[in-house]
Structures are given as structure tokens and as C-alpha cells.
Design a protein around this ligand. Structure first.
Ligand SMILES: [Zn+2]
Length: 126
């Protein structure tokens, strides 16, 4: 998951990948202050772990879309067999549309919880 921060000099938002579940884990692995240099203005700044935040992932939609796109040829191939026809065709087609939506909703919910867990709990009490 990406960790975002905003440059205090030019307000350019940058991110980097880090898999810490919360700010305490992040502080334990990287330290309480993390130094970043801004790719836009080049100035470097030490961020407290409480200044870093997460955002919902954009990949979840694309993963679901990929499942849908990959599922179409599989469903068409399955329907070409003789034992899948008539009413079973309805089940295959509804499964094809419901599965990516379910995957999207499940991944979106998990991502929302991960983002909230990171952003709502600070390392130091405010
Ligand atoms: Zn900057």
C-alpha cells in the first residue's frame, strides 16, 4: 500500500510503497521521523509518522475489471459445451457479472478498513 505525504514547501503530494499496517509498526521499522526529499522541488524534510497517510487503492477497480474481461472467454467456452445450455446459460452469465462485483466489493471493504486503521490511529496522542 502506498504511503502519501505532502511537501511542506511546494505542497506536491508524493507516495511510496510501504506495507506497515499502522503508524506504530511504521515507526518501529523506519523510526519516528522519516526523511524524504521532494522530487518536484528537491528539498528534503523530516516527516513524523503521524504526518503520513494512506488513500484507498485505485487498483481494486482494475483487478475487478480484469476478472470480468478474463471471465468472458471462459464463460463463452463453458457455454459451448453441451451440458451447459438453456437455463444454465443464465447461471453462467449471472455468475460472470456477479463475481467481479463481489470481488470488487470485498476488496474495497478490506482496503477501506486498512486505510481507516492506518489513518485513524496516531503514533503520538494529539
Ligand atoms: Zn516540494
Amino acid at each position: 500500500m502506498n504511503l502519501y505525504r505532502s511537501c511542506p514547501f511546494c505542497h506536491h503530494e508524493t507516495h511510496r510503497i510501504h506495507f506497515a499496517d499502522n503508524r506504530v509498526d511504521l515507526a518501529m521499522s523506519e523510526g519516528e521521523q522519516i526523511e524524504y526529499s521532494c522530487p518536484k522541488c528537491g528539498k528534503s524534510h523530516r516527516f513524523s509518522v503521524d504526518e503520513l497517510y494512506r488513500k484507498p487503492s485505485k487498483w481494486i477497480f482494475y483487478i475487478s475489471l480484469f476478472i470480468f474481461i478474463a471471465g468472458v472467454p471462459i464463460a463463452l467456452k463453458l457455454m459451448s459445451y453441451e451440458h451447459i445450455g438453456g437455463q444454465n446459460t443464465t447461471y453462467v452469465l449471472s455468475g460472470l457479472t456477479i463475481a467481479p462485483v463481489l470481488v470488487y466489493l470485498i476488496l474495497k471493504d478490506g482496503d477501506k478498513k486498512r486505510v481507516a486503521r492506518f489513518n485513524e490511529h496516531y503514533f503520538k496522542m494529539k
